[in-house]
Design a protein around this ligand. Structure first.
Ligand code: FES
Ligand SMILES: [Fe+2]
Length: 428
């Protein structure tokens, strides 16, 4: 459990908060590249860390991310005209370039130079791996560009989706590092989901619902090892990567693509759940990509034209009580992603962590919170860059391996926990 002040500190990420300063140390996924498909395409509203922003791609292909509201009298620039290398407010024609600099105030004489004094707050926006990334911290602290493997492999080897989630980022992220729930909540899907089924490792998951967790600090966050019994006294290890503040990579299964998430606060009561799937060694097959588009694996089906899941809070996640009863799904909700999201949203927008009763399988969660608290303190008091900012902390991998009982996973699986370009993940 956490004290109320600790819970507030970790869950509040708006401007001026301590948690907000932590998140403003990193490159964060802001949009899919496909949301700004071409030069002069319509601008897109983006809310991140409780800040309302507008993103656009200008006539020269330059990307801009800036304050959503016109500096004149506060009109939303979502209505703006994206034309001739700038975004023009439709109310009185003030125009801004991709850095937020005002470049035209048509009602004022040009000689006055008035527009030079007007600049909207703006952040860098860069494209990598089908994602537009932003950094919202002080310019002098801008870290090197993100080095996540999924974003650097050729595009045909990687797939990314995002969905809105109606909960604070932390309870979503905690679900991502809590692999003990797989043996319960997702048990039906291990044998039916096209992106999970058929792996030998699934049998160990289903047979042993009392995994032993060993959690070890990594340079960027944690290695979360979950140990289950395999044959002949050996152990089946699933090693999840958590890199600060909110990146996870789930251990692979069989020959399936490897997936993971980012959770990025929209505000304190909503977050973006980003879900990637990739293969370092081959293109994704047509069937795999089709399954991802159809909302299988960690992806979802959407309300058309939105990033809101089709099964959502307003329709009780289309719960199927008969399916729950016969064990088609464990909770009655279809699909791994919404099984997770439905339960995380059911805790309320910000779960009260003063009331929880944690057990040994929550060790990963406990250590992640400590690491977040420690890093925030060091950042606030001594201006120390937090773990995960360094690009070397990002070149990590999850793994699934079978090991003899006397070998600690972090040594025996060491070479599988870092990127080996072009080589498949260690998987069972
Ligand atoms: S409010 Fe935008 S130009 Fe007047
Ligand atoms: Fe899950």
């Amino acid at each position: 459990m956490l004290r109320k002040e600790q819970n507030d500190l970790l869950t509040q990420t708006g401007p001026g908060t301590q948690g907000g300063r932590l998140f403003r140390s990193y490159w964060l996924p802001a949009l899919l590249s496909s949301e700004l498909p071409g030069n002069d395409c319509p601008p897109v509203r983006v809310k991140l860390l409780s800040e309302r922003l507008i993103a656009f791609r200008d006539s020269q292909g330059r990307l801009g991310l800036m304050d959503e509201f016109c500096a004149h009298r506060g009109v939303s620039l979502w209505f703006g005209r994206n034309e001739e290398s700038g975004l023009r407010c439709p109310y009185h024609g003030w125009k801004y370039d991709h850095t937020g600099q005002c470049i035209e105030v048509p009602s004022e004489p040009v000689e006055s130079g008035f527009c030079k004094k007007i600049k909207l707050k703006s952040y860098p926006l860069i494209e990598r791996g089908g994602v537009l990334w932003t950094y919202m911290g002080p310019p002098e602290k801008q870290p090197p560009l993100p080095e996540w493997e999924f974003a650097l492999v050729p595009p045909e080897q990687s797939f990314m989706s995002k969905r809105t989630q109606e909960s604070n980022w932390l309870q979503a992220m905690e679900g991502g590092i809590d692999s003990s729930h797989v043996s319960f909540l997702h048990r039906g899907d291990l044998s039916s989901d096209p992106l999970f089924r058929g792996a030998r490792g699934n049998q160990y998951n289903l047979r042993d619902s009392r995994p032993v967790f060993e959690v070890v600090e990594s340079p960027g966050g944690l290695y979360i090892g979950a140990r289950r019994n395999a044959e002949n006294g050996h152990y089946y290890w699933r090693i999840t990567q958590w890199v600060m503040p909110s990146f996870t990579m789930i251990p692979p299964r069989g020959n399936h693509p490897v997936h993971g998430h980012f959770w990025v606060p929209i505000d304190d009561e909503n977050c973006w759940t980003w879900s990637f799937d990739y293969r370092p060694d081959r293109a994704l097959t047509q069937d795999e990509v089709q399954a991802m588009r159809d909302g299988k694996g960690t992806h979802v089906k959407y309300v058309p034209g939105t990033f809101l899941p089709l099964a959502n809070k307003d329709n009780d996640y289309l719960i199927d009580r008969a399916g729950q009863k016969v064990g088609k799904t464990f909770s009655g909700v279809e699909g791994i992603a919404m099984q997770d999201a439905s339960l995380q949203e059911s805790m309320g927008p910000v779960v009260d962590r003063t009331k929880e009763n944690l057990v040994s399988t929550d060790n990963g969660i406990i250590m992640a919170r400590h690491r977040l608290l420690r890093a925030t303190k060091a950042l606030m008091e001594k201006d120390v860059a937090p773990p995960g900012v360094d690009a070397a902390h990002q070149t990590v991998r999850s793994a699934a391996v079978i090991l003899p009982p006397d070998q600690p996973f972090k040594d025996a699986a060491k070479q599988h926990l870092v990127v080996q370009a072009g080589v498949a993940h260690a998987s069972v």
